[in-house]
Design a protein around this ligand. Sequence first.
Ligand code: PLP
Ligand code: ZN
Length: 396
Amino acid sequence: MFSYLSHLECSWCHAHYPADRLYNVCPACGRPLLARYDMEAAKAGFRPEMLAGRPATLWRYAEMLPVKDPAYRITLGEGFTPLLRLERLGAALGQSQLYAKDEGLNPTASFKARGLCLAVARAAELGARALGIPTAGNAGSAMAAYAARAGLPATVYAPRDVPPVFVAEMSALGAEVFLVDGLITDCARCVQEGVAAGRWFDLSTLKEPYRVEGKKTMGYELAEQFAWTLPDVIIYPTGGGTGIVGMWKAFAEMEQLHWTGSARPRMVSVQAAGCAPIVRAFERGDEVAGTWENAATIADGLRVPRAIGDFLILQAIRQSGGTALAVTDEEIRAAMSEIGRTEGIFVAPEAAATLAALRHLCQSGFIRPDERVVLFLTGSGLKYTHLVRAPMVNEA
Ligand SMILES: *Cc1c(COP(=O)(O)O)cnc(C)c1O
Ligand SMILES: [Zn+2]
């Protein structure tokens, strides 16, 4: 399988750069770089029929992914997660076509596996010798796993209050873990210092071009699983926003490939009431989001006070006719238990936030009862057992 990757383009100033060397952000303006492909050649040479019989991982879309040498296509079985019908929850909410994408089934139990699989693979292919990352937990675990798979040393910086299970997992996967007094933005500063000292390549969200390429496969999969149509609404828990930006990119690419039409899902960004910079910017009509002060929420992956891709997230929401809303930690806890009880899926708090948001959007009329709606259940609840209040135990 051949990759049609052609060059990098800055998402802000549109400067072009070669794709065959390591870049972080745009050297001219400091904004995210995006991978571009030879779409004319891809349209002629890559067709949906070719996917038949390929492995059920994200590498089935290798032509539209950045890794050129098949030897670098490392895998732990990431992607091609189930698209599940949620009959019971749908009935309770009066929605006849409610679905979930169960991303908790990815390696290291979250959709972070998609982005880090691609970022690590491509960094290895381009000659990176060591990798560093700031994390709320899941990104560090995924990076540790794929770095081990690629044979590269990994260093992770996490806030001191990261659940201990992540530290255990990252250590078991061979990463060196540092705990930081502060938030993920403070961890990012530590990683930056290591970059300046020449110690590693920085894999922060949207600060290198390829995590978003891994995340975009969620868009390709949705289309394939819905027989080359797209749902009406996607509800996505937003921290750094790579998933929204990636899926939005996938929808544009698939239209150019003539795999899907021009109709797009309305993209809904869900954040936590204690850290909602994108929601605030959306409501104010701002183009960028700025920094949220005193960020606090039980949904660690949503505790991102500032996102470098803020303008890309806001563009996707607005261009799609979508919306952004915040939900409280109480609503998130209730939704975690409701998804578990009614559908048999134990989800992370970030994932549960999508159900809390759905309830508001049904009540407000933003979502009509017969629309096809997909909740992105981005991670498993197994690393958040501290959030399960009063687990039911009976003495035998
Ligand atoms: C990181 C994370 C998010 C936020 O994802 P972004 O793409 O950074 O916006 C949501 N859910 C879980 C479980 C996460 O680990
Ligand atoms: Zn630029």
